[in-house]
Design a protein. Sequence first.
Length: 72
Amino acid sequence: MRKPLPSPFIEGTERSPIGDGFRAFSVKPAQLMGRPATFGLALGVVRVWALAGPIFQYSDTWRRVINSGNIS
């Protein structure tokens, strides 16, 4: 099991309700994005995209796919 993320708050200071809400919302995605498997998946996507370049003649749409993740 991974260690929990350290608290950004200093002991004895007042906590912000907005900060707590953002922390609750952001901790899990941050943990998932920091995993080696996630990095490997992203690297695989970039490799497939790069190999597809000659097939699609390095078109604007081909570039848009990696720049924005949007085909249309």
